[in-house]
Design a protein around this ligand. Structure first.
Ligand SMILES: [Zn+2]
Length: 240
């Protein structure tokens, strides 16, 4: 009973909040929407980017990182718009819950959905690890399709201050992340005991792919296969 009342109060508070501070679409500001139909449609593509050393040899992204897509991702990632977790999780699931991927993923005993790591400083600044809710939702969506999937923050970033998308060139970014991403000691032992395992790496924005490649390498170092990767958006790198 108390739980029910609590839920009703929460709904009322949410509804009152919307009256007092009506929200707009995270992408374009259209009133009363978390992500309007028009902006959601921008995330319905399927770009591929090369990702050597993985089972698929490529990763998928649902949009180009520009305009309303960029606004929506920044609102969610850096300005605390946690209501975007839901639509973004659905977008991520659409990228991977496809017959050709599912058929192969069902062949593994266990599939770990692993977010690219943020530095401890970025996590503190945001107040949360923003990729984990998406990784959990993707794992749930995969389980509903018969894949034994679980979200796991197996990677960590050491000795780096922030993961900046603004770093100028692909080469600079590559140099910046190389050697700073590794499987956490705690997870390393657990993963080494599992032989029928594959990993899917998830990220918010892929630019040069340097972060993704560093994540793939971290798993290759302990001989855990990476199936592929999914990202909300793809920003083709300028400069090499
Ligand atoms: Zn919109």
């Amino acid at each position: 009973m108390i739980e029910e009342m609590r839920a009703v109060c929460k709904d009322m508070a949410h509804a009152m909040g919307l009256v007092l501070f009506p929200r707009g679409c995270a992408g374009c500001g259209e009133p009363h929407e978390v992500l309007c139909v028009k902006c959601a449609r921008l995330f319905s593509k399927r770009y591929t980017f090369a990702l050597a050393g993985t089972v698929l040899g490529e990763g998928f992204a649902s949009a180009r990182y520009e305009g309303a897509v960029r606004h929506a991702i920044l609102a969610w990632k850096d300005h605390g718009d946690e209501e975007c977790d839901g639509p973004f999780a659905d977008i991520m699931a659409t990228l991977l819950c496809r017959d050709e991927c599912l058929a192969r993923l069902r062949g593994y005993g266990h599939v770990l959905v692993v977010p690219t790591p943020s530095s401890p400083r970025s996590v503190r600044a945001r107040g949360r690890d923003h990729m984990m809710p998406l990784a959990r939702s993707l794992a749930r969506a995969l389980r509903e399709q018969g894949v034994d999937a679980k979200a796991c923050g197996a990677l960590e970033m050491r000795g780096m201050h922030g993961k900046s998308v603004q770093t100028r060139s692909a080469r600079q970014r590559s140099r910046r992340v190389a050697g700073h991403i590794d499987v956490s000691k705690r997870m390393r032992t657990a993963l080494l005991e599992r032989r029928d395992l594959a990993v899917i790496i998830v990220d918010d924005i892929v630019t040069s792919g340097a972060t993704m490649r560093a994540c793939v390498q971290a798993f290759r170092n302990i001989e855990v296969p990476v199936f592929g990767a999914a990202s909300l958006a793809y920003a083709p790198a300028t400069g090499t």
